[in-house]
Design a protein around this ligand. Structure first.
Ligand SMILES: [Zn+2]
Length: 260
């Protein structure tokens, strides 16, 4: 499947990230005129390829795709089609716990850099892009695919159920304990910031792992997993018990997050 998984784009006018929903809103309020954005939407990763907008219908969500005559930087993960769930599962199964950790850390460094040097050369042909995986050589050609990503600040909906994503974002966490016949089990409650408040967004199954969480600390979180809905509540099931990484976010990050 072609990689139209952009959630954000770099707006050439202000050099900040904006969301596809913002363009959809403009489309609706302005009788389909989105000239404000046309030719000014760039790939959020390599900041080079131009993107175009396809509006929402009753059948599908609005989305962004690469303009046909426009190219990404060589190392950009949007050069590749999206990996299937099977390919991601197979890939994760070949990694050691440490390799999973390193990969999640590299992803966080790209998406939510703590220090400027974290994402220097993040998109560089010489360097491995953490979102790109090899899915096995075919006809002596490397076969590469990209892992989808989903911000914790975006809408989780039923259409996403069972697709594997790298979920990421700035969050607050707390631990929920449940008693089962087999003993205690834990979940992480994930909250995202809306306005000035931290609101529950989702939960993550942790099995027997009890995380040491400070509820007043803001964390950068990366989780490889898929969504399952219980009633209307989305929960994330991790691909393996180790495919989660959280680290203390830098202070004031909320205000600098979207300035590139
Ligand atoms: Zn790109």
């Amino acid at each position: 499947m072609p990689n139209n998984s952009y959630e954000d784009f770099l707006y050439d006018e202000d050099q900040r990230l904006h969301s596809v929903y913002e363009v959809q809103k403009e489309y609706e309020q302005n009788n389909g005129d989105i000239s404000k954005y046309r030719d000014k939407m760039l790939c959020p990763e390599c900041k080079r390829a131009k993107l175009r907008f396809t509006h929402k219908t009753s059948e599908r969500r609005a989305f962004l795709s690469t303009f046909p005559t426009s190219n990404h930087e060589k190392g950009c993960s949007y050069n590749y089609d999206l990996a299937s769930n099977r390919a991601v599962k197979q890939f994760v199964a070949t990694l050691t716990d440490e390799q999973v950790h390193d990969r999640l850390e590299a992803m966080l460094n790209t998406l939510l850099p703590r220090y400027r040097r974290d994402n220097e050369n993040a998109v560089n042909a010489e360097q491995e892009n953490p979102f790109v995986i090899d899915t096995g050589a075919r006809n002596h050609q490397l076969n590469r695919r990209a892992i989808s990503r989903k911000s914790m600040n975006r809408w989780f909906d039923k259409a996403d159920e069972n697709n594997i994503f790298l979920f990421y974002g700035k969050v607050r966490l707390s631990v929920e304990e449940t008693k089962t016949k087999k003993g205690k089990r834990y979940r992480l409650i994930v909250k995202t910031k809306r306005g000035v408040e931290w609101i529950q967004k989702t939960r993550i199954f942790r099995g027997m792992a009890k995380d040491a969480i400070d509820e007043n600390t803001t964390y950068d979180l990366a989780v490889m997993g898929h969504l399952e809905f219980y009633n209307i509540l989305p929960q994330i099931v991790t691909e393996s018990w180790t495919s989660i990484l959280y680290r203390e976010a830098r202070r004031k990050e909320e205000t600098i997050e979207y300035i590139l």
